[in-house]
Design a protein around this ligand. Structure first.
Ligand code: URA
Length: 240
């Protein structure tokens, strides 16, 4: 759809008003100022803003948040600060977090209104890998690491699925663990099963999506076009 038509249909103004906004450089598409009224946009993917405010007509929205410790991965909470409290200036009220991180866990959290994508990323059958950086209470032996790699007993009917383990910095007991499940306290329970406590936990990636290192805890940004395309490809939703 043409950009000027899109903005008109979204109720931003008359066709001539929105053309004026575009020519004046007040309209951004995917984070870049767009001066061409005839510019073609994909209304399901493009993030359009006018005078700094997101245009609400967008059907789908996707943001990456670096969740700080101390807030809960819920849409609403009576007492605690939620991850959605951190993204109020998107102007959107339909976002939700894809999966949960514990209150004390930091790192990558995808916020969207795309229920189908969320379902595909979280569905146990899809085995989407998630990588975590864990600071451990102490060093691990090769035997303990082998247990994590082969399937730790976390007190469920089935052992945890095999994980990929490596040291980020062994001296500091900083470990990287990639898991394909998302059970309650999954990573903490896996380390606990080999007698080790997780002192701090941060999610670094989910599927193809990698936490942007320039985002400080509490900061967020829209997904880049390439990031979204990779996620849609991963979840086989690119031709929706
Ligand atoms: N595993 C955990 O134990 N906690 C999280 O927040 C995420 C994965």
């Amino acid at each position: 759809m043409r950009l000027d038509k899109y903005l008109t249909q979204a109720g931003i103004g008359t066709r001539s008003q929105v053309k004026e906004y575009i020519r004046k450089g007040l309209v951004m598409v995917d984070g870049r100022t767009e001066h061409r009224c005839e510019c073609k946009i994909d209304e399901t993917l493009c993030l359009v803003s006018c005078q700094g405010r997101p245009v609400g007509f967008q059907k789908m929205a996707y943001y990456m948040l670096n969740k700080p410790a101390g807030c809960v991965s819920a849409t609403r909470d009576q007492r605690e600060q939620t991850v959605l409290d951190l993204v109020k200036d998107t102007g959107r009220r339909d976002l939700f977090p894809v999966g949960r991180l514990d209150k004390d866990t930091e790192g990558l959290l995808l916020l969207t209104n795309d229920g189908m994508l969320a379902h595909r990323l979280l569905s146990p059958g899809k085995h989407v890998p998630k990588q975590y950086l864990a600071v451990l209470s102490h060093d691990l032996t090769q035997e303990q690491i082998a247990i994590l790699e082969q399937g730790a007993d976390i007190g469920e009917a089935q052992p945890a699925k095999p994980a990929v383990f490596s040291w980020q910095d062994r001296e500091k007991a900083e470990a990287l663990l990639t898991v394909t499940e998302g059970k309650f306290h999954q990573v903490k329970r896996m380390f606990a099963s080999v007698g080790c406590q997780v002192l701090s936990l941060k999610r670094l990636s989910m599927g193809s999506l990698v936490l942007d290192k320039t985002l400080a805890p509490g900061q967020y940004r829209p997904l880049l076009k390439e990031e979204l395309e990779s996620l849609l490809k991963l979840t086989k939703l690119e031709d929706r």
